[in-house]
Ligand binder design. Sequence first.
Ligand SMILES: O=C(O)c1ccccc1N[C@@H]1O[C@H](COP(=O)(O)O)[C@@H](O)[C@H]1O
Length: 480
Amino acid sequence: MTFLEKILAEKEKEVARLKASQLRLAAIDRKAPSLYETFMQSERMSIISEIKRASPSKGDIRTEIDPVHQAIQYEEAGANAISVLTDQPFFKGTIDDLKAVSQAVKLPVLCKDFIIDEIQIDIAKATGASVILLIAAALNSKRLKQLYDYAQSKNLEVLLEVHNEEELQVALAVGANIIGINNRNLKTFEVDLAVVEHLAKQISDPNILIISESGIRTREDVVRVQKAGAKGILVGETLMRSTTVKEAIKSLVGETLHKVKICGIQTLEAAQAAVQAGADLIGFVFADSKRYIEPEKAAMISASIPANVQKVGVFVNEEVNRMQAIAEQVGLDYIQLHGDELQDVIDQLNYPVIKSFPIQTQADLEKINQYNADIYLLDSAGGPYRGGNGISINWELLTALSTKENVMLAGGLTAQNVADAIAMVKPMAVDVSSGVETNGEKDTEKMMQFISQAKQAFQKLEESECNDNLYTTEPNGSLR
Ligand SMILES: O=C(O)c1ccccc1N[C@@H]1O[C@H](COP(=O)(O)O)[C@@H](O)[C@H]1O
């Protein structure tokens, strides 16, 4: 008997029990966005993040997990749908997991089970699922079509899963608009991403949404299945084992948490060159500096910058009303306070705040604890201006920081030293002004080199963090 046959034999018994129990279903009134529409419209890879306590191939993964907590983490991290395994005997899931999750999140929720009967579809619907899984390998084509139509009549979307050419032909004949290509063979549990590469080529209709399922662990895997034609991925084990779900999801979908800011922009050409080079944030200095820019000019430049590049206004001990007025005029996303401002200034501002801290000693680092800002910017002390002096901090001091989550590192960074700085300090972002200039003007080549070096170093950091979190040791010393 194959694993699939064993599972299906159990499902027959389960369905018989359900029918005998004459259970009465009180449906949950839950409205979720369409999985098909959201995935098709998204410009980046979409992700269905799965709640999977255990599996027949891997045994226990995280049986003690609180599914609601996990689902909320997925949602907050940017997942596009949540899958909940409801099979009990082989995956240690329950229908109550699905019910609890669908009440806790706004995303589409997939009932992941081995569905062989309408009664399971009724239960999925009643417990809040908006999508069900139908597995071509588990049903003959006639039954597959009946269950597909039944699910649609209940306003459920269907993820129709295939693993080989024959199953794909059946899925196409059924008229499935969401096809899941499972890289795992359900009879042998062998996993191979070549499966999606092979089958996706045979789906010529651009209106069919292809989801790649199983065996996706790294960003490289995601790039590979995306090239094959997948617009979505379904990931369970990798996320269940991760201790930093947010980083894991962002890294898989290619949305880096790490950012590069180019500060002291004074011309339209420099702004456009920074954007072209891949800057995530650009800064305008409205303080005493050789890089001062008139708000009117900054507003003109800002209007030409794409919305995904955030605009920062740098101020030193400025009046709150003036900062707010300039922020509005220029269309700023952040106000950077680079002087002696106290928390009350941050509290009065209606904009997210980057608060800078000049760091010379360990004691300077502790001042951060007196503030509540959106981002903590660590810069060097000394020099003619309050910032932008091209002087580096002693990075060794910063390794003692308790959190790196919203820390931006600045001070004397250049294309030559930024990779070392990132590896040592592990900040969330880096900020540069002098290091990308020649004769006091922004230098396109230097900006390109700086951003490229910083992004490569951040990528390395993300990969090593992902691996650290995946392969943490169990209490008995073995690797998970
Ligand atoms: O860049 C400026 O001229 C400036 C002036 C006053 C306050 C802050 C300023 N810039 C900030 O300084 C650091 C980095 O500078 P550098 O790379 O060492 O030149 C950065 O946080 C800028 O935002």
